[in-house]
Design a protein around this ligand. Sequence first.
Ligand code: SF4
Ligand code: SF4
Ligand code: SF4
Length: 249
Amino acid sequence: MACSHIFVRKRVKKRVEDEARSKGTGTVNMSHMNESQEQFSTKREQEVKGYGIETCFGAGDCPNRACHTEGLPEKMGTVLEGKNLRSFLQEKVKGPLKMHHEFRVSVSDCPNGCSRPQIADFGLLGAERPKVSKEPCSACGACEAICKEEAIVLQGDAVRIDESGCLACGQCIGVCPTGTLVSAEKGYRILLGGKLGRHPKLAEALSSIYTPAQVLETLDRCLDHYRHFSIGGERFGEILERVPYGDQL
Ligand code: SF4
Ligand code: SF4
Ligand code: SF4
């Protein structure tokens, strides 16, 4: 932490000295500092594009991936781009645009949520829900051992899934050697309205598991909701407190 503070201070010092040099002097005064600060703020504002997408590291062959769809973040980017969020925020926000005004999207390929979709405006958690097939169970216990939620109930060679405890991580399906546990549903849980800041709020999950096409459709509808009900460019979670998703869509 100390190192990063020193690094930031050095960068600020260099910026102000550069500003003074550009005015033909080696001596720094308050006007150089103010001008440098203004240029910095303008540059930061230009960097705000109105939305941001973050993904987890699942693409690096993470063994925990429950669902992954090639190109989904890019397709979400196209939906976001189509909503002209930067111009929208410029109209709505009083004062300069800042990064925290942006609509944040986060995609995680499993319930571990490494990209923190719980604090994004629109978050995804990859999910695979298991079911018990007709194939006989060998009572090897592998599913019970891997389930961190204790959602597998084994009684001899009879296996049952406790749906209320299952997080749909899909791990038990991968270790079952007999095909007794198979995939019932694969896709994404959708989380809406998370944020940090002065009044942090965890996103709330919609009730189903959604296909990639449904994810894109839901994102499109959420963005329309966001644009329609925004008063001053506030975060999606604050809008949802006033007008819940589903009430008006
Ligand atoms: S969210 Fe899951 S799939 Fe993505 S990096 Fe984390 S553990 Fe791996
Ligand atoms: S999907 Fe995950 S949480 Fe659900 S029963 Fe299987 S291992 Fe447990
Ligand atoms: S992993 Fe498959 S075979 Fe082994 S106990 Fe679980 S359901 Fe039965």
